[in-house]
Design a protein around this ligand. Structure first.
Ligand code: HEM
Length: 473
């Protein structure tokens, strides 16, 4: 492991490849160290054969690429080609007018009250009918459960119900293994692995030869698309002679607003499922670990949850400022999307003077940024939700104080900021309230050490999160 105080040095021809290869299991940490040890917080990675990539933790540079020069920094060809088999022309994988159109269409739905109510119902149902009973049984039998796996299943059921009104029952393990869920799981995993091959040629050749993981990817994507098309056809039929009732999924909303082209809507729905699948579960997994390590924070959250439990659901979630702050703080240290990349369409010069050549990839690094002394102070490693709270001087109440979006780009920032941010908080706060009101989550391997943070497209706790569940008295 390299954790030197100077940024790693490149060699002729192979650049940083040796160091990258040795650290391939901890690339987030390797790139984070490189950014943290670079005086400008921007680091140039040399890949073999002279290719270079920039990686930055400087908020001014982040603002430059995500907002000021937004048009110049898009999803690049490598990114798009790597994810194309899975995502097609879905919102995650397009630029320009194609993106703008989908963004406007979906922002409209995301801002409706009726979608919000629909999401609340879906989340509450999954919570009360599935998650809480599983935790209750684990508490009674004193069994060890993998909370990370359970939260992933929870998020997958939720997002499928929200995106296309279909319940895969992934959090009901007694049912036979759901084909759609495992196809999605494999497709995301294999697509993520494509990014880690030394050159895209490796997976492209495997794909042409229909070999190994590429063969499975092809099958999985076919299963996903066939299934999504089947749901779409059923929905269309269902909606043919009916006007849309208020409380429905995104797919029905898109169809009802006149967008019924099969390929277009299927691509859109797949992007949404990907976006909502592993992000909230990753955030919650690390959150429950941090809360266990910080009993004072835990008791303040439980106090807030108990206090709000009488109010209406919507207000309860809106008002849970301490819980909200704790979630933000937990994602500062363990962001669900730890590194995210763009590609320059034209030559450019960054605000710090760095020259960017057309076609160069540039990544911003929320994981490194959450660990920067100049942004968070010497005690950045402390888990302190209070950093996100301030007193309202006129009323004397405590309120949430958001940080600058380019200093904390956990949801990205600028025109392409995460569309599901509010939905994600709503879901996460419902889960935190539902779980902590009734239970204490106790990690099994509490040897004092930090679990290992790993990431493909989104982050995970390596080896899962084995816990015991205790009923709160
Ligand atoms: C804690 C949870 C979440 C985090 C940290 C998160 C983070 C992000 C990030 C970093 C991006 C930018 C990706 C890129 O363009 O390269 C993004 C985009 C997006 N997110 Fe989220 N996300 C979360 C939950 C959700 C949920 C629940 C949804 C709901 C469907 C969602 C929907 C989207 C969509 C549609 C985009 C694409 C926006 C666009 O390209 O215009 N996200 N999110």
């Amino acid at each position: 492991n390299t954790n030197t105080k100077t940024p790693p040095k490149p060699y002729p021809l192979i650049g940083h490849y040796l160091s990258i290869y040795t650290n391939r299991h901890r690339l987030v940490q390797w790139t984070s160290d490189a950014v943290l040890n670079s005086p400008t917080s921007t680091f140039l990675i040399h890949r073999p054969f002279g290719e270079t990539r920039l990686i930055t933790g400087n908020p001014t540079v982040v603002q430059h690429i995500l907002k000021t020069k937004f048009i110049n920094y898009q999803k690049g060809d490598i990114f798009r080609a790597t994810l194309f088999d899975l995502l097609g022309h879905g919102i995650f994988n397009v630029n320009g007018n194609e993106w703008k159109f989908q963004r406007q269409l979906s922002s409209h739905e995301f801002n409706t009250k009726s979608l919000r109510h629909f999401v609340e119902n879906v989340v509450d149902n999954e919570l009360n009918e599935r998650l809480i009973p599983i935790l209750t049984t684990a508490a009674i039998n004193n069994t060890i459960i993998d909370l990370q796996d359970i939260l992933q299943r929870f998020a997958f059921d939720n997002i499928c119900k929200i995106a296309f009104g279909y319940d895969p029952s992934y959090l009901t393990p007694s049912l036979p293994q759901e084909k759609f869920a495992s196809a999605f799981e494999d497709a995301v995993k294999i697509s993520g692995e494509r990014f880690r091959t030394i050159t895209p040629l490796v997976w492209k050749i495997k794909r042409v030869l229909n070999m190994g993981s590429e063969k499975r990817l092809k099958e999985a994507v076919l299963e996903i698309r066939q299934f999504a098309t089947k749901v779409l056809k059923e929905k269309k039929k269902e909606l043919e002679n009916k006007s849309l009732i208020q409380s429905v999924d995104l797919l029905s909303r898109f169809i009802s607003s006149g967008h019924s082209d099969e390929k277009f809507v299927t691509d859109m729905v797949i992007s949404f499922i990907l976006a909502g699948r592993d992000t909230t579960s990753a955030a919650l997994t690390w959150f429950f670990w941090l809360v266990f390590k910080n009993p004072k924070v835990e008791s303040l959250i439980v106090e807030e949850v108990d206090e709000k439990s009488d109010s209406a659901i919507y207000d309860e979630v809106k008002e849970m400022v301490y819980t909200h702050a704790s979630l933000c703080e937990s994602m500062r240290l363990y962001p669900p999307v730890p590194v995210d990349s763009k590609t320059a369409s034209e030559d450019d010069v960054l605000p710090d003077g760095t020259f960017v050549k057309k076609g160069m990839m540039i990544s911003y690094h929320p994981y490194a940024m959450g660990r920067m002394e100049n942004l968070w102070g010497r005690d950045w490693m402390e888990f302190r939700p209070e950093w996100w709270l301030e007193e309202d001087e006129t009323t004397g109440t405590i309120r949430f104080a958001a940080k600058d979006a380019y200093t904390y780009p956990v949801f990205q920032a600028g025109p392409r900021i995460c569309l599901g941010k509010d939905m994600a908080f709503l879901q996460m706060k419902r889960v935190v309230a539902g779980v902590l009101r009734q239970f204490k989550v106790v990690p099994v391997a509490d040897d004092g050490g930090e679990p290992v943070f790993v990431a493909a497209l989104t982050s995970k706790m390596q080896g899962g999160f084995p816990v015991k569940i205790k009923e709160r008295k």
